[in-house]
Ligand binder design. Structure first.
Ligand SMILES: CC(C)(COP(=O)(O)OP(=O)(O)OC[C@H]1O[C@@H](n2cnc3c(N)ncnc32)[C@H](O)[C@@H]1OP(=O)(O)O)[C@@H](O)C(=O)NCCC(=O)NCCS
Length: 204
């Protein structure tokens, strides 16, 4: 398997990827936003996407978008060739796009919204946590991406506060603040020098 940052030359795969998005949405019967080939090609040209190949054939793709002055990064459009799913390609691509996001936008919060159990598992292993939509970007540009999803009406009926997708967030700042838990097992077996009683001044 080859996993790499996509380049402008990969635009030749944009049509096929967009067909996979449409087919996935039909098969799953859940919401997956449609993407235009030109947009996918643009993500390839800007170095904001990861592409995978297995035995020389296109295997999958995922891209990055930024919002709110690059304080939020979303990893979107994860898709794997239906013929080779459940063999670790999705996880490998998601790891690649996560690493790319952390490298290009180290201070950004990384998030996604998904109904996919596979994506929830992958995100959890990467350190994402489930959150309400209030913790995600409020950018119109992000939420208008949901317009082609069949559940868009549900999202809007709920003032964009909730929908069928689960929001998942990786906050690097939050991770840095986590308390370092001592190694209690090592402490229990460690030998300590006896503490001598402090000297007292008998004259006082
Ligand atoms: C979601 C998708 C990208 C996963 O790709 P994949 O290559 O099959 O995923 P992986 O093989 O790396 O599997 C990752 C984990 O998810 C699990 N998984 C994969 N497909 C699953 C499914 N349909 N249901 C439940 N778990 C699933 C795997 O068992 C694995 O978990 P494990 O490591 O604990 O065993 C792929 O199914 C796909 O392209 N679906 C259509 C598009 C889509 O839904 N994209 C996500 C939009 S948010």
């Amino acid at each position: 398997m080859i996993i790499r940052v996509a380049t402008p030359a990969d635009a030749q795969y944009a049509d096929l990827l967009c067909q996979w998005y449409v087919e996935s949405a039909k098969t799953r019967g859940t919401g997956i936003a449609k993407r235009e080939p030109a947009y996918v090609a643009q993500k390839m040209a800007s170095g904001d996407s990861i592409i995978a190949f297995v035995d020389g054939e296109l295997a999958g793709f995922c891209y990055i978008e930024t919002f709110d002055d690059k304080t939020f990064v979303v990893n979107s459009g994860l898709v794997v060739n239906a013929a080779i799913r459940k063999h670790g390609v999705g996880r490998a691509i998601k790891q690649g796009v996560f690493d790319l996001s952390r490298t290009k936008y180290p201070n950004a919060k990384i998030f996604g919204i998904t109904t996919s159990l596979a994506v929830m598992k992958i995100n959890t292993d990467l350190g994402y946590e489930p959150v309400t939509f209030s913790e995600l970007t409020a950018s119109e540009d992000f939420w208008k991406g949901c317009k082609s999803c069949k559940n868009y009406g549900i999202l809007m009926d709920n003032d964009r506060k909730m929908c069928l997708c689960t929001g998942m967030l990786f906050d690097a700042a939050d991770k840095l603040l986590q308390v370092q838990v001592p190694d209690f097992a090592a402490l229990a077996t460690a030998s300590f020098a006896p503490v001598s009683a402090p000297e007292t001044d008998s004259a006082s």
